[in-house]
Design a protein around this ligand. Sequence first.
Ligand SMILES: [Fe+2]
Length: 458
Amino acid sequence: MKRRKFLIGSGVAVAGASALWTMDQYGLAGNQGNPYLQGNFAPVKDQVLTDQLKVVGEIPKELSGLYLRNGPNPMTSPNHKKYHWFSGEGMLHGVRIEEGKALWYRNTRVQLDGSSPNTHVISHADKIYAIVEAGGRPVEIDQQLNSLASEPFHGTLRTGFSAHPKLDSTSGQMHAICYDYANDLDNVHHVTVASDGRIKAAQAIPLPSRSMVHECAITKNYVLVLDLSILFSFYMLGRGYFPFSWSDEHQARIGLLNRHDGSDEIKWFDIDPCYVFHTVNAYEDDQGNVILDAMRYQRLFDNDWNGPFSEEPSLLTRWVLNVRQGTASEQQLDDMPTEFPRIHPELVGQFNRYGYCLGVGAELKPDFGRIIKYDLVNQRSDIAELGAEKMAGEPVFIPAASQQSEDEGYLMTYLYDRSLDKSDLVIYNAQELRSGPIAEIKLPQRVPFGFHGSWVAG
Ligand SMILES: [Fe+2]
């Protein structure tokens, strides 16, 4: 457990330390096949429901809700050479908690008419959806994790959707940048979901690069369009691989689209080549600059088309877009590889002091081995090292009921114990991360490394 100063002084992003970052360090390399099908990346085949859950420690009494997480879980045997981590069918793992008691754990496949979104699971306007990008239809999920036959967004969705819509807590609207290159090679769509859960607008935005737009960000006035260095590839598609790869030719850029006026005009800011799966947050400062914090890859999907972890680490980076001058500056904020960032859910698009993420690799302790809390104002981080045998996932922040400060609340994540080959749902006090979990809910099986999830209160 440690606390560290994380800001590095040069103000210039540096190339990632790729030498520190190989599959050998994960213990996953070798001739036995695709690393994303081995260890705790491997799928589980059983769908389990149990109400016999042992708890070590104490779950806060104020917590009532459902913790849900989605991830890839191929049910048949994929081609090891061509399988990409992002392509397995979706499986949900959920734990129901009521007034501090863990009532049940369940895992279910996401399945509806051949659609199996695998990336995220969100709640909005009293509905829960499993979601994915690239044209996959969102699937509504009930409180028991069953896939429902209902049409997503009350039947109003006419385009693809995204795995990362951004909820503006002040308006209740969700914004997403959505691509579906199989059906529209020339455009992405800015989709706005109204607070009543119906699509309010789906605005076509020409994007000739056909870049992989995994996420967006919002501010008070803008939606940020990330047109970065990974592009759709017919070459890869034709050979049966994941159809996106790195491009040195494409000018990476961040676009600002006015969120309110319905115009499709975008103000573009050129940036150095990079890729970003996940933004921490974006907001506007007092001068009208747009601040974007995100996990930046120096290079990706250039010679490994199975997953993101073997080429370059992802590093917390800040871009400042000077809207008046039309310029962008970039600063790497930390040299510790991190991914899966989350913040206070009500601060999306507004100033945030804290960010929470998963440490995904370091020289001596690679592999999802720490949970990191960033204080972006004081430029410090708190780090909970998990120990040699334990590996976590995305830490979801849940605000305390009577919150006095931004970080008063809890972090929840699944934690895999390699020595037992099982997982726990762990809960941390977000203000005392380094004290370790306040509760560990022992699950009957392991939860494979997956992607994203949500706390659905109530
Ligand atoms: Fe993601």
